[in-house]
Design a protein. Structure first.
Length: 364
């Protein structure tokens, strides 16, 4: 049975609607009309109900034409309400666009029950901003091959709502440090060094809110953490209309499976915050202690991410940009010849400096 899609079309001209981060409204690609998300959600409530009824009443196919259990694992089928195409998608895909007619569509059934996000952080920056941010990201990279930035073209740019678990927790900590304070002085005969040793204790509590852990196995955790922070203050209650014009995934990593990573981030932040209070010493080394977490809870939200993909010399490069702040991260190729020239030049400078220093000492 195909899953019915929600295809947001303009009430004025039936053109496709997409969510515009700048205005915070759904905008028609054809006539330019704009609508509040709540207005379109209400308008399409009846359509979604009718689509669900139609899907339930649709006659099942003959047994010999049905996917086997192994074949069907991880797949979902849906019908495009614009052109009628019957398409297959990944079971975690929640919003996409039809490859035949190009209309943005939302697979409404993917967000039913426990899978429905509580919050969404709408896109603020568009595709053009992502392209501009990538060009800026290239600048100043000493060892980036010239041909990569001047001749290479981005093969794919996707605006994706990535599923995140947002964790709240309180942390109680007691941490012990070994610290030193070094004092030096001289007289006419000797140079003196005095080293004092201290045992430093820190204890207290910290509260954490909305610590993000991505809930998609498709996304590298370190890549998603690198584009933080997101401004949670701009999050709104989830409505499917925000997904129009973008891709979206539902989570396939549960909150229970994500809690260890969240706890590790909270513990690390607690340790860093306590260490920052130990000041006025020459050196500080943690010796032991404990961080205890309690009052933990999680919320399910969708965060905006632009993904840009390209291939250079048979290697794939992926860049990610925060769809709210514009922060860009990603790996870049290295011009090995330029790196060797730089390294040779640096070695020459160090060698010349060492020779000059030894010559001056000889003169003395």
């Amino acid at each position: 049975m195909a899953t019915q899609l929600t295809n947001y079309q303009c009430p004025a001209c039936t053109g496709p609607l997409h969510f515009d981060g700048a205005s915070g409204k759904l905008v028609c690609d054809f006539c330019g009309s704009s609508y509040d998300t709540a207005e379109i959600e209400a308008l399409y409530a009846e359509k979604e109900a009718a689509a669900e009824t139609a899907a339930q009443n649709k006659q099942a196919p003959p047994p010999d034409s049905v996917w086997s259990e192994n074949e069907a694992a991880g797949l979902r089928s849906y019908s495009c309400p614009s052109c009628g195409a019957e398409l297959i998608c990944d079971e975690t895909t929640a919003a996409t666009s039809c490859p035949y007619c190009g209309n943005p569509t939302v697979i409404a059934g993917q967000f039913s029950g426990m899978q429905r996000p509580e919050l969404v952080l709408p896109f603020v920056l568009d595709k053009n901003a992502a392209k501009a941010a990538l060009k800026k990201y290239y600048r100043g990279k000493r060892f980036l091959p010239n041909a990569f930035s001047s001749q290479n073209h981005i093969e794919e740019i996707k605006g994706v709502y990535v599923p995140f678990w947002l964790f709240d927790a309180d942390a109680d900590a007691d941490i012990r440090y070994r610290a030193t304070r070094v004092r030096t002085w001289s007289d006419s005969d000797y140079d003196y060094t005095e080293t004092s040793f201290f045992s430093v204790l820190r204890g207290g509590s910290l509260g954490f809110a909305q610590v993000p852990v991505d809930g998609s196995s498709k996304m590298a955790d370190d890549l998603m953490e690198s584009i933080e922070p997101f401004n949670f203050a701009e999050a709104v209650d989830f409505q499917t209309a925000y997904l129009a014009g973008y891709l979206a995934d539902k989570y396939d990593v549960t909150a229970e499976e994500s809690v260890d990573r969240a706890n590790a981030r909270i513990r690390k932040s607690t340790e860093d915050a306590f260490a920052a209070t130990v000041q006025g010493y020459t050196s500080v080394t943690p010796e032991g202690g404990s961080v205890r977490l309690h009052n933990g809870k999680a919320k399910y939200a969708l965060y905006p991410v632009w993904l840009l993909n390209t291939t250079w010399k048979d290697k794939k490069y992926t860049f990610a940009m925060n769809g709210q702040t514009g922060k860009m991260v990603g790996d870049l190729p290295v011009d090995k010849a330029a790196y060797r020239r730089w390294l040779f030049g640096l070695t020459g400078i160090i060698g010349a400096g060492a020779f000059a220093a030894s010559y001056l000492l000889w003169l003395l």
